[in-house]
Design a protein around this ligand. Structure first.
Ligand code: PMP
Length: 417
């Protein structure tokens, strides 16, 4: 169960899918932003671990000892993955949504929360109360930084938190995290990063960014579903009521009361997802072994994708910001005259290409950027090849050349052949 060190872009599991014609093709998974296919190394590691999983922290048996060891080693892997401070807590959760909800329950009462309204619903919705300030996302990054500055200046005295995504799940654009963190500091505010979309593409350093919390999902980091993490300052987490009440979170239970743990276990009640956490830790180690290979692979394919999309008539890309800035390999667009759901169905049925259509759990952002209800999203990752990208560009040219006259039905509210 020792971690394997790699020096190239890690391989993902590939599949073949049936087309409407009956033939099969290699699946062009262009939906990494939703969930990334498992790394081959993660599959192998999980396979090796499966005979060993057992209850962690509460068993003397050999398998329990092995499980406890790899579970805690995954905690260290997460700490390294986001370059956390040694005093930060690493709490295992189900995913980013779970992590941000946990944080929302853990912040002190009357905390003022400042965030942009184009955030993913996982970051937008957990915050309640009169002190939540949603800013309409400005059209430039510079204006975004000053909007946070002004919003924080108007907050009442007391704890303050800025919640911000690292990379937009709609447009792939990076947010000015470092600059916003500096503004937050100026006002004595903390900052929580929704790392769901940034973490699979860029090294995150809590120390260098001066960010207090980050939330990530294993299934976006090339590990299977069910494990995620919240990493960050331990004090609020230690003081908060346990996220879940139950075994594992307690030090002592008597007839008269409960003494809860003050460490990470406080928020990890119940038997944890040991296999998922192990897989997440291995995925983090694999990804961070060579960030330059990961980014070079994606940047080359993103350039190729954007050149390909530029040749599709009537296609317009969605952008949050008018100024140019760094971005990950996620591109959303609309094609004039074509419903995104229909296009997605044709791409799947006739070309074996998986993309996402809809509003991407960011309804405000999608409505504002399209003027409608939906768009099509293409998102690249380690499993993407030049052939996948070229197939998509060719498919969109062919579909738009023949017009929207192919017959697809909508049996369950979704387009299908
Ligand atoms: N934030 C962003 C930016 C996302 O893209 C997603 C997933 N689409 C989430 C949060 C939520 O992630 P999960 O569904 O894994 O909780």
């Amino acid at each position: 169960l020792d971690p394997v060190v790699r020096t190239t872009v890690p391989a993902t599991l590939n599949t073949r899918v049936p087309l409407v014609t009956g033939e099969t093709v290699e699946y062009a998974n262009l939906d990494h932003a939703a969930s990334a296919p498992c790394l081959a190394a993660v599959r192998d590691a999980v396979d090796e671990f499966l005979p060993w999983y057992a209850s962690v922290h509460r068993g003397a048996g050999f398998a329990s000892q092995v499980s406890t060891k790899v579970y805690e080693r995954a905690r260290d892997a997460l700490r390294r993955f986001v370059d956390a401070r040694s005093s930060d807590a690493v709490i295992f959760t189900r995913n980013t949504t779970d992590s941000l909800n946990l944080l929302a329950r853990a912040v002190p009462r009357h905390t003022s929360v400042v965030l942009f309204d184009t955030e993913h619903h996982a970051a937008l919705l957990p915050w309640r109360g009169p002190n939540v300030r949603r800013i309409a996302t400005p059209r430039t990054r510079l204006a975004a930084v000053s909007a946070v500055d002004s919003a924080l200046a108007e907050c009442p005295e007391g704890p303050r938190l800025v919640v911000l995504t690292g990379a937009s799940n709609v447009t792939g654009e990076l947010l000015p995290v470092r600059e916003i963190a500096a503004v937050a500091r100026k006002h004595g505010a903390r900052i929580a990063l929704d790392g769901a979309q940034l973490a699979p593409h860029r090294r995150i350093s809590l120390r260098e960014l001066d960010v207090d919390y980050v939330a990530v999902s294993g299934h976006k980091l090339y590990a299977p579903f069910g494990a995620g993490a919240l990493v960050g300052r331990a004090d609020w987490l230690r003081a908060a009521a346990p996220y879940l009440a139950g075994g594992g979170a307690t030090k002592n239970v008597t007839e008269g009361g409960v003494v809860w743990h003050s460490g990470e276990e406080r928020h990890e009640a119940g038997s944890p997802n040991t296999v998922g956490v192990y897989a997440l830790g291995v995925a983090c180690e694999q990804l961070s072994a060579d960030w330059s290979a990961v980014t070079a692979h994606e940047e080359e394919l993103l350039g190729r994708l954007r050149r390909g999309l530029a040749a599709v008539p009537g296609l317009s890309e969605l952008r949050l910001f008018d100024d140019d800035g760094d971005r990950v390999g996620t591109v959303s667009f609309v094609v004039e005259g074509y419903e995104p759901g229909w296009l997605a169905a044709v791409l799947s049925a006739e070309y074996g290409i998986g993309v996402r259509d809809g509003a991407f759990c960011a309804h405000i952002a999608t409505r504002r950027l399209t003027g409608g209800q939906a768009a099509l999203r293409v998102s690249l990752g380690l499993g993407t090849t030049a052939e996948h990208v070229d197939r998509l560009a060719l498919a969109l040219r062919q579909i738009t050349a023949r017009g929207a006259r192919w017959t697809y039905g909508k049996p369950d509210g979704r387009w299908a052949p």
